[in-house]
Ligand binder design. Structure first.
Ligand code: FCA
Length: 325
């Protein structure tokens, strides 16, 4: 079977016979397969696979049970390693053990595994975003936009769409809030809206409660761990009749959720997003795993990627400059 496949690929692509890439199988497991960010990561992992001639096995695993089954499944399929964004970082020790039991190399992307001692598992190579810095960019963008609109910072209520069980989410929102506090937003104007899951619907539900409880706030802003979180708050504001020019939401991501919003004919309360790179997180992690498998070259233990602010006015150029158009 494998020999046939090898022969066919060599014939079709004229791959040199010493490159046994077609035997390499790499799993790419994500926690939320319907989220555009993760589809983009998969897309870029596929580009790496096509370039080198290895196989990427895409698996969506929304809970711990599915993660464990996915790892066994990869082992049974003869995979060599996998990259994962886990639905729960506290599964860390279990994921490490399962990977080892199946003889699979392991890297994480986006969300870093936590060990039994509550600290990140440093032995597993990880690519994440510079969460704190990117959050600060969000906060500064909101403060600038508010000032431009002539709002006084102490008249703004900020919806903190939160998912505090995920450390990168805390770093992102706290980075944003610290910049807003510095700019003059009083602590009492910051309203926590804990979401049950990291999607738009859960954020909408959480933000609606905050808005209904605080009908006297004049202007609103929203922060959260990703575009979906902020979009939920923006949708909630619309549903209680707050006009787009009274809401400044700035997300993190820049995939289709944000792009669709920017492409609407009229501006919404979704003012901007800090675009992060699914290319680096998908293509580069897949390449790193491939080189680890084929050359024994271990990936960097920790890479934190940067982001770039974009609004509906300049998102096309920003995307192009990041090579993700
Ligand atoms: C986390 C979020 C995703 C994305 C990623 C980089 O996994 O849930 O939406 O922002 O980090």
């Amino acid at each position: 079977m494998k020999l046939l496949k090898l022969a066919a690929t060599v014939a079709a692509l004229a791959v040199p016979a010493f490159a046994f890439a077609q035997d390499v199988k790499i799993g790419f497991v994500v926690k939320q397969p319907e989220e555009p960010w993760f589809q983009d990561e998969w897309k870029f992992a596929d580009i790496a696979a096509a370039e080198k001639g290895f196989d990427v096995i895409q698996i969506g695993a929304v809970d711990g049970e599915k993660v464990m089954a996915a790892i066994d499944n990869l082992g049974a399929q003869g995979a060599d390693g996998f990259i994962i964004c886990t639905p729960d970082v506290n599964l860390g020790p279990g994921i490490v053990a399962k990977a080892a039991a199946n003889g699979l190399k392991l890297m994480t992307v986006d969300d870093r595994l936590i060990g039994a001692n509550g600290e990140p598992i440093e032995g597993v190579p990880h690519m994440g975003i510079s969460a704190r810095k990117i959050g600060e960019d969000v906060g500064n963008a909101i403060a600038d936009a508010a000032t431009e609109r002539g709002w006084s910072l102490d008249e703004i209520g900020v919806i903190r769409v939160s998912y505090d069980q995920l450390p990168t989410a805390v770093d992102r929102v706290e980075g944003a809030l610290d910049m807003l506090r510095e700019a003059g937003v009083p602590e009492a104007n910051i309203f926590d809206a804990p979401q049950a899951r990291t999607d738009t619907e859960a954020a909408l539900n959480a933000a609606t409660i905050v808005l209904n409880k605080n009908p006297d706030v004049k202007y609103w802003a929203a922060v959260g761990l990703n575009d979906e979180a902020v979009l939920g708050a923006v949708r909630a504001a619309e549903s209680v009749g707050i006009s787009p020019d009274h809401m400044i939401g700035v997300g993190i991501g820049g995939s289709d959720s944000a792009i669709n919003e920017f492409e609407k004919p009229d501006a919404t309360g979704f003012y901007g997003t800090v675009i992060i790179s699914p290319k680096r997180h998908g293509y580069e992690t897949a390449m790193n795993m491939y080189e680890w498998i084929t050359e024994g070259k271990e990936p960097d233990p920790l890479i934190l990627t940067s982001g770039a602010l974009a609004t509906r006015d300049d998102y096309k150029e920003v995307r192009a400059s990041l090579g993700i158009e």
